[in-house]
Design a protein around this ligand. Structure first.
Ligand code: IPE
Ligand code: IPE
Ligand code: MG
Length: 248
């Protein structure tokens, strides 16, 4: 299908309900310009703004962004410190804008590694935005797919030990209800930028039937047009979910 056709198809089709993005390539973006990694991360925040705005505009229900993996804490302390500082600045500066745009915020991950100041701002931002009814923005911070699954198992085990759950009743649905994304529609489209073709411990449970889209563009260069291309590609997929599409 030509790209012109793809564009017109997109204008009539509903966007994916839930898009998740592994925002990768900030370091390489900076390196290719002889800039410090911090510039790449800062430019990456601009892409976040653009993509959040675009998702809200086109009517995406939920956008889940991988901001910091549970393994990223093992980077040199200088970079971790820089990323923590940037996270705090974003929480401070962006909450009002999110409020004005009716965007709800949910931060998932093991937040205990962050400073008390970051934890307070994260809590505060989520509270301030909890009654918004537009785009659900989910930020995965110190998040790991394996952590999420282990947490769900722990929650279920605690309930089972208290007699609140019958172990025999535990199935996919019960398990899903205890994961970090329980309240959101299933992930339709998972995007990874920067040419790496792996999941890097992002969503594991949730991507059982997601469409996967990998592009070469580095995250700081990813814009609304790039997202539209990914969505058009998504619309061209034949999603069968193991069935046979209308055939009897
Ligand atoms: C993604 O960019 C941002 C985070 C992981 C926090 P990277 O920092 O991984 O950039 P590359 O992959 O080194 O280019
Ligand atoms: C995944 O990217 C994490 C985020 C984008 C937040 P990484 O750059 O950390 O992943 P690897 O090391 O290439 O697998
Ligand atoms: Mg990377």
């Amino acid at each position: 299908m030509s790209s012109a056709n793809n564009t017109s198809t997109n204008s009539v089709k509903a966007p994916p309900k839930h898009i998740a993005i592994i925002m990768d390539g900030n370091g390489r973006w900076a390196k290719s310009r002889n800039l410090p990694r911090s510039s790449g991360h800062q430019k990456g925040v601009k892409s976040v703004r653009t993509i959040v705005k675009h998702c809200a505009k086109i009517g995406v229900n939920t956008l889940t962004l991988f901001a910091f993996s549970s393994e990223n804490i093992n980077r040199p302390s200088e970079e971790v410190g820089l990323l923590f500082k940037l996270f705090l600045t974003v929480l401070r500066n962006e909450t009002k804008k999110l409020k004005d745009n009716n965007i709800k915020l949910d931060i998932i991950g093991d937040l205990s590694v962050f400073t008390p100041e970051i934890q307070d701002h994260a809590e505060n931002a989520q509270q301030q935005l909890q009654n918004n009814t537009g785009l659900n923005l989910v930020i995965a911070a110190n998040y790991g797919g394996q952590w999420d699954i282990a947490e769900a198992a722990k929650k279920i085990a605690v309930k089972a030990a208290k007699g609140e759950i019958n172990p025999e009743s535990i199935d996919n649905k019960v398990f899903s209800a205890h994961t970090a994304l329980a309240q959101y529609p299933r992930v339709d489209l998972l995007i990874r930028t920067s040419g790496e073709v792996r999941i890097s411990n992002f969503l594991l449970w949730d991507i059982a039937y997601s469409e996967l889209y990998f592009c070469e563009t580095l995250w700081p260069d990813f814009d609304a047009n790039e997202l539209d291309i990914a969505i058009n590609n998504f619309h061209s997929r034949d999603r069968r979910f193991g069935e046979r599409n209308g055939e009897k």
